[in-house]
Design a binder for this molecule. Sequence first.
Ligand SMILES: C[S@@+](CC[C@H](N)C(=O)[O-])C[C@H]1O[C@@H](n2cnc3c(N)ncnc32)[C@H](O)[C@@H]1O
Length: 459
Amino acid sequence: MLTKDYINEVKTNGNGNIAKIIEGLKSTSNLSYFLENLGFLPSNFDGNVLLPYINYNNSNVRFWVVKNLGKLKNVKYIDPLSKVAREDKDSMVRREAVSSLGRMRNVKNIPVLISLLTDPDPKIIAQAIRGLLVFRGNETVDTHLKQLVHHPNEFIQQVIQKEYFPKQTNNSHLSHTESYDYLKNVVVNGDVREILQVIPEDSIHLTFTSPPYYNARDYSIYPSYKAYLQFLADVFEKVHRVTKEGRFFILNTSPIIIPRVSRQHSSKRYPIPFDIHPFLVEMGWEFIDDIVWLKPEASVKNRNAGFLQHRKPLAYKPNPVTEYLMVYRKKTDKLLDWNIREYEWKIVKESKVLGNYETSNVWRIDPTFDKSHSAVFPVELCNRVIKFYSFKGDVVFDPFAGSGTMGVAAKALERYFFLTEKDEKYFQIIKKNLGSKSLFANTESRFLSLNEFKELNKI
Ligand SMILES: C[S@@+](CC[C@H](N)C(=O)[O-])C[C@H]1O[C@@H](n2cnc3c(N)ncnc32)[C@H](O)[C@@H]1O
């Protein structure tokens, strides 16, 4: 019986017998099982017994032959492995051959790995790059790798960019954790586009916002949907500039409905999150997650009345019980660990998200209805975003502040808020909601016009 113990015994007692045993394994599944379970190979293992199977008609068998030959790290297998890397019909087998060549860390492999840099399969190229990066500093290797910064595949571009052309980041005089005092617990009444112009780059730790809903509500009128998207893109590009390296931007939107003008027309749906996404990626936000905010069905507008009666196909209109929280990160070569390490241990410890938390990307939260503003955030939504995506003492920003819910949550969670709101009426509501002194730090809330704000930051 072919068992793991038996395979281990055969392998460790020298492999004089192995060739015979392999020959005796008539079925492909037994052969595959045997090769897959060879595990660690002793230094006296003779890989030649595997060579006859390198062209076997089953790709799984070929894969394991290649993998086992790779474990031996013996230069005598460079040629057969190179042949597989170039010619095998199965891409998994080819990738494994490139990986085996790379793991040998032998200069003799440089030419074959370089030849694979023009392969049509980006994963083969990625494996070849990995193998070649071991020889960084070798002029030929560097020259070939650097050229790949223009490769059409974004993953390859990114790897080369990070290795050879790291971006000059943090142009600010502040450390990653610090921010300007004139942004702390400040609300500015004005157009966010003008306000952001006077803020230096790398100033904000987190932005969470819910922008105007095109023309679905009464507070903002845009000449066209295209102009509306352009407006949002303009704002979010400015947000990108002022955001600190590798930090988060969370956008709350959902497809909206513009009601029909008469019975002769149909209502129109606008998929805002999907339409704005390409702009965000283009301007340097990296997509991280889509969180779905799920509301109770009883709390949303009922669109089912007609269908409930007639039950005719095509006219089905589900009740929209969800909104998106699209999570983006300012694109950087640095890993999240870098961001976290910038903070003192005490702050990291105090900012930990303890206790139960939502583990899925579906957040069940009741909406908030408010007489003073038609689209306020539930505080719980802000609480979660702030806790998951910022540290205590950070500056969190809402460019479309409305009634200032984001500020209320930030204050309670010991973060500083920075809010902008164009409408004087809502600005006054924020003033009411955030007027009292912060419990944390002695920073009083300040409510400023654009001119006062400019004066404050001396620009
Ligand atoms: C959907 S509401 C935000 C509600 C907010 N999340 C809350 O909890 O109350 C959008 C807000 O953006 C404001 N707004 C629209 N255009 C703006 C602009 N250019 N600059 C600043 N605020 C703007 C509107 O007046 C409105 O209050």
